[in-house]
Design a protein around this ligand. Structure first.
Ligand code: HEC
Ligand code: HEC
Length: 200
């Protein structure tokens, strides 16, 4: 990533809010037990322990804690929007978000039951290296800090998000992800969603 990028003021404000909230998270200890209780409302959509069983719903189990808190803040502040998720996030306090992130980040991941064919595995490995997915999402694509785990995520959800980044409709706090997929052909987007969702 080279060169200076213009950060729109709205994004800068959201980032500032996220940093402020994340640093206040550090001082107050998160409570995974409280998070488990608060998560009862989430599992109706995100699945037991945050392991989604619905193709359009993202799994939350094993996501990096910072990724979960950041996304919740973005939904609450109205930067990222979704008709189902936004109303839920609107009612969460910083403590709630902290506890929920602590809980879901520690939940064991149910390995994906999906399979893909050998050709897609070869193509997926080539694409994730060529387009630097592994540099940010990690060598096993399990995420780190504010960057999500994409290995084993639901296929339909991955497809929607990748198409959204390409079209510029999925909110992206630093523009890195949008930039990363611009050169990807549509055929590669479909292969990636298939490949990633079958990763264990
Ligand atoms: C009525 C269904 C519903 C409920 C209840 C719900 N969510 Fe969601 N959530 C969604 C949908 C749908 C998305 C994906 C939105 C999109 O496509 O961008 C989402 C996205 C998310 C994301 C971003 C995941 C990612 O990989 O980018 C997080 C984090 C999240 N939800 C946390 C929670 C938490 C915590 C709760 C409980 C307090 C909760 N959700 C309750 C439907 C729901
Ligand atoms: C320069 C770093 C970077 C690169 C390269 C990158 N990503 Fe990302 N990716 C991110 C960040 C940061 C986010 C979170 C963006 C946000 O929500 O603001 C993200 C989000 C995503 C999401 C959304 C997942 C979810 O749960 O919401 C998908 C899918 C994804 N990336 C796939 C890929 C793929 C596939 C590639 C390679 C073609 C790739 N990324 C390359 C940094 C990167």
């Amino acid at each position: 990533m080279t060169g200076q990028r213009f950060i729109p003021p709205q994004t800068a404000a959201a980032l500032f809010a996220a940093i402020l909230i994340c640093s206040s998270f550090v001082s107050s200890a998160a409570d995974a037990g409280a998070g488990r209780n608060k998560a009862q409302v989430c599992i109706a959509c995100h699945g037991p322990g945050g392991n989604s069983i619905v193709p359009t719903m993202p799994s939350l189990a094993g996501q990096p804690k910072q990724f979960i808190t950041t996304q919740l803040v973005m939904f609450r502040e109205g930067n990222r929007k979704d008709p189902q998720m936004s109303p839920v996030a609107a009612n969460l306090s910083n403590t709630d978000m902290n506890d929920l992130a602590e809980y879901f980040s520690r939940e064991p991941i149910t390995p994906s039951a999906r399979r893909t064919d050998a050709a897609n595995i070869t193509a997926g490995q080539r694409l994730t290296a060529e387009y630097h997915c592994v540099s940010c999402h990690g060598p096993a694509l399990k995420g780190q800090q504010h960057i999500p785990r994409i290995a084993g995520q639901q296929r339909d959800y991955l497809l929607k998000q990748l198409q959204g980044f390409k079209a510029g409709t999925r909110f992206d706090m630093d523009g890195n992800m949008t930039a990363a997929v611009q050169a990807l052909p549509d055929s590669a987007v479909a292969i990636l969603a298939d490949y990633l969702s079958a990763l264990k």
